[in-house]
Design a binder for this molecule. Structure first.
Ligand SMILES: Cc1cc2nc3c(=O)[nH]c(=O)nc-3n(C[C@H](O)[C@H](O)[C@H](O)COP(=O)(O)OP(=O)(O)OC[C@H]3O[C@@H](n4cnc5c(N)ncnc54)[C@H](O)[C@@H]3O)c2cc1C
Length: 445
């Protein structure tokens, strides 16, 4: 299941430009399901965040007006509210991507150590699909940038929609057809091994089932995931690549369960936190057209759950992971316990970027140290606040623009992101001024 957030402006504009924008399915509500020992609670949270009547960064307070949310909290949560609040305010004052602020050595674990278990779980749960690792392994720059882009600065930033079918049918296949129409070519089953300078051009070497092939190109855009970009660059330029910073990429598992009846009424999607193995869920029969059709014909339901780690959980055999997911789902929807009619587990390789900001001289941007070799992808350094699909799209357009401008051709315009709402923008300005003054005082001493 893929979500397209309201701030994915360049992705949506690119799809519209090529007449490929699918009819998105708007998200209505997300439920937070939390388990701590014998306690298990559920609270609708998504609509309270995006439709709060309180302006950001205070908009989360609307959650505290909901009885079910309050039920999830205990004394420790109230006692640690100030720590949570100061963590959020810190995120207002720093823009890690725009300031190229790696905040090296500080992890999400350090910042949230004094947060209470439930509130910590809640905020980590909101960011879990993006920052899928132990808090002590998540760079704080990634978490702050994530909060800022998706929820902290605008209420409507948490508005999003789902693709109406799987990613291949909704986006990838129409996009591939469009590339063919425009005279481009896609070569499936070809793995680039290395690139080598040949005069003023590059020779790109790739491997297919038939053996090694190569071609010359004046410009190359390396648009693989972070791990594969590192491999290709290592094979091309040797040991010097070890000095560079590549954001980590993680694996995950996607599990689908089919039932012969529907669950009780509730949100179409949500997050699991605390003592659960699974991290988020989507009722496919309410979001995805093929599943809707199947559910209409059978009166059944189908659930997708994601497991984003940690590595020791993902290292378990399929049967164990599946059993844990089925147990978690049974706890959340006991009415479905004896109604499962099918299951499927898919493991995704280590390609899901763990967003992080590296030092400018070490983290590759779109223009690289190698002439006419550009990078694009959700791991690439760029001052834009965007994440994931939007970041991949924006850096792709920027890389294409670099090639266009090297030929003296007109570039594609990029859309700016909607600015922070006025109150939080004012706080941000004050905090920036404060930081600037402190910096001046420290340098003066
Ligand atoms: C389960 C899951 C759910 C997600 N949900 C969302 C979501 O809801 N919203 C969102 O915004 N993002 C989501 N993401 C993240 C999103 O998919 C990525 O951010 C996005 O795909 C990154 O695009 P990319 O082009 O940078 O890299 P990729 O999509 O990883 O594309 C890189 C491509 O390079 C190819 N490649 C790699 N090595 C080589 C080689 N040597 N030679 C040739 N080709 C090579 C790969 O096959 C791949 O096609 C999700 C990811 C996962 C795993």
């Amino acid at each position: 299941m893929h979500g397209v957030w309201s701030q994915y402006r360049n992705l949506q504009a690119m799809l519209a430009r090529h007449n490929l924008r699918p009819v998105f399915v708007p998200a209505q509500e997300e439920t937070w399901i939390h388990k701590d020992g014998r306690f298990m609670g559920m609270a609708p949270v998504g609509s309270a965040i995006r439709r709060s009547f309180i302006p950001p960064p205070l908009h989360y307070l609307q959650l505290f007006l909901r009885g079910k949310f309050l039920w999830m909290l205990d004394l420790r949560d109230w006692a640690s509210l100030f720590n949570v609040w100061s963590g959020l305010i810190m995120a207002v004052g720093i823009d890690p991507f725009a300031e190229n602020q790696p905040m090296e050595g500080i992890t999400l674990g350090d910042v949230t150590r004094k947060w209470s278990p439930a509130l910590k779980s809640f905020f980590l749960g909101l960011a879990r699909n993006g920052l899928s690792s132990h808090p002590d392994a998540v760079p704080i720059s990634g978490f702050i940038a994530f909060l800022r882009f998706y929820t902290l600065l605008r209420r409507d930033a948490w508005m999003f929609s789902y693709l109406p079918e799987d990613g291949g049918t909704s986006i990838c296949e129409p996009l591939a057809d469009r590339i063919h129409e425009l005279g481009g070519q896609l070569r499936l089953g070809s793995r680039v091994k290395r690139v080598a300078r040949e005069g003023e051009s590059w020779r790109v070497v790739w491997e297919t089932a038939a053996g090694e092939e190569s071609a010359r190109a004046a410009e190359v855009i390396l648009a693989t995931d972070s791990n594969n970009a590192r491999k290709i660059l290592c094979a091309s330029f040797g040991k010097s690549i070890d000095e560079l910073f590549f954001p980590r990429a993680l694996s995950n598992a996607v599990i689908r369960l089919w039932f012969d009846r529907k669950p009780r009424a509730g949100a179409e999607a949500g997050i699991f936190t605390g003592d659960f193995t699974i991290h988020n869920y989507f009722w496919l029969d309410r979001l995805s057209n093929p599943f809707r059709r199947w559910a209409r014909a059978t009166n059944g339901s189908a659930l997708e759950v994601h497991v984003y780690g940690p590595p020791e959980t993902l290292a378990q055999p399929d049967a164990v992971l599946l059993a844990q997911a089925i147990r978690d789902v049974g706890q959340a929807w006991p009415e479905l316990r004896d109604h499962r009619i099918g299951q499927h587990l898919q493991r995704n390789p280590e390609t899901h970027t763990l967003p992080a900001v590296g030092a400018k001289e070490k983290h590759l941007g779109i223009e690289t140290p190698w002439k006419n070799l550009y990078c694009a992808g959700d791991w690439v350094r760029h001052p834009t606040p965007a994440f994931f699909l939007e970041r991949a799209c924006l850096t792709g357009i920027e890389a294409a623009n670099a090639v266009l401008s090297s030929h003296g051709l007109q570039k594609w315009a990029l859309l700016d992101y909607l600015p922070p709402e006025p109150f939080v923008a004012w706080i941000e300005k004050l905090m920036r001024l404060g930081r600037k003054k402190r910096k001046q005082q420290t340098t003066a001493h």
